[in-house]
Design a protein around this ligand. Structure first.
Ligand SMILES: [Zn+2]
Ligand SMILES: [Zn+2]
Ligand SMILES: [Zn+2]
Length: 416
């Protein structure tokens, strides 16, 4: 398998690459046309059932529009050629795709994903970028500034913790946020495997997916981690950005180590035990393990994810959280101990913020450690609550200020 980094190719390098790939794919000679005056086609595949005109467009980050289709089509008409193909390292615009289907043009559109598949079949691993960051190919999630982060953190807390009358956002003060950019490898792949026994097809494994490997030890990141970082959350490296917080404590693996690990994880992840009924009506279980050739690694990117340790105040009480930022309020949380009830230490879901003392406590139907004042609805913890009896039997919680205001006689607030 030969690895080619698309971002490092020039336009004419790319034509030569396509020439090599298609000559093997079609097992036919492929002619590379002179660069000047190529008359709207870059390659001619001399396939056994007729010539195919090929236009190669090396624009990894842009889309190919209708004019390119029209130009190739007129070249085909002029030279009486019945098949055409446009190959791009980018993708095609809707207009280009529609133009072909509406006019039923005999032109195949090969985008980056399809090209990677074809190339893989004839021994080429096409990757977008070299893993070397100096090529400008690194992708990262910029750590958020405090103002935006405060919004995200308060909606994260607000969705779990009730607070009244003061809202979480008015009670939240970010004291300190330390972020480092931690390196990972993002591996995008397709798996396409079928499993048969003497009774026929018993299982197919067919999907596109992404896994993350930690650069530190090439360990596989959990599914819940990966879910938080879709491809769209990454930005391309901006030379003007502050990159002083990159974590440089681990060294980069070689491409071989990386792909070897990636294949193992992918195979593991898609190995399933499948039960089926045999011809003799007995039940069997077969372990269906995809092989390396069922897997197409479409891209490996070096990505940096900000890990932040945050100290903050809620109602003047110090708390902290560790998280991996993804520029949303549903970030990946590594340590959320502050969401444990301060009285019984059980996880709060939901919980409330005591608007008297700042404690976070759990709320449940029985034995709740969080209450609402019967008069003002203030959220309070049981340590801050006083009780009074309304009709002989029912104990009602009350906050300190309402107890004083109403001169209630409670056990806690000995006021008359
Ligand atoms: Zn509790
Ligand atoms: Zn309290
Ligand atoms: Zn009250």
């Amino acid at each position: 398998m030969k690895t080619v980094y698309l971002n490092t190719l020039t336009g004419s390098n790319f034509e030569v690459l396509c020439q090599e790939i298609f000559s093997q794919y079609y097992k036919s000679p492929v002619e590379n046309m002179p660069l000047v005056n190529d008359k709207g086609r870059d390659l001619i595949i001399h396939a056994p059932d007729g010539d195919i005109f090929v236009e190669c467009k090396h624009h990894p980050r842009s889309s190919i529009g209708r004019p390119v289709v029209q130009k190739l089509h007129s070249a085909m008409v002029t030279e009486n050629i019945s098949r055409g193909m446009i190959v791009t390292t980018g993708h095609f615009s809707k207009e280009a795709v529609n133009h072909i289907s509406v006019n039923k043009l005999p032109i195949d559109l090969i985008d980056q994903d399809r090209l990677k598949e074809i190339a893989y079949g004839v021994g080429y691993m096409l990757l977008l970028s070299e893993l070397d960051d100096k090529s400008g190919a690194m992708q990262y999630i910029p750590p958020e500034n405090e103002e935006i982060f405060k919004d995200h953190l308060s909606s994260f807390i607000g969705s779990r913790i009730l607070s009244y009358p003061n809202s979480i956002s008015s009670e939240l003060v970010i004291e300190q946020k330390k972020s480092i950019l931690v390196p990972f490898y993002k591996v995008e792949y397709d798996v396409n495997a079928t499993f048969s026994t003497s009774v026929g097809l018993i299982h197919t494994e067919n999907r596109s997916d992404t896994i993350y490997l930690n650069q530190q030890d090439l360990a596989l990141c959990s599914n819940s981690f990966s879910k938080h970082f879709p491809a769209s959350s990454f930005k391309h490296y901006d030379p003007a950005a502050d990159m002083t917080c990159i974590d440089k404590s681990s060294s980069e693996p070689t491409m071989n180590e990386l792909t070897k690990n990636a294949y193992e994880y992918i195979i593991q992840k898609h190995t399933k035990n499948v039960s089926y009924v045999g011809r003799n009506n007995q039940s069997y279980t077969k372990t269906c393990t995809p092989s390396k050739k069922d897997i197409l690694i479409k891209d490996i990117a070096h990505v940096y994810i900000p890990h932040s340790d945050v100290e903050f105040l809620l109602h003047n009480r110090k708390k902290n959280i560790s998280l991996a930022e993804n520029n949303t309020s549903s970030f990946f949380v590594a340590n959320e101990n502050f969401l444990n009830c301060e009285i019984c230490h059980s996880k709060v879901s939901p919980g409330l913020l005591c608007n008297d003392c700042g404690a976070i406590v759990h709320v449940s139907k029985k034995k709740s450690h969080g209450l609402k004042c019967s008069f003002c609805e203030k959220t309070i913890c049981i340590s801050c609550a006083g009780y009074f009896r309304k009709y002989l039997f029912f104990k009602k919680p009350v906050c300190s200020s309402c107890a004083i205001e109403r001169k209630l006689k409670t056990k806690k607030y000995k006021i008359l």
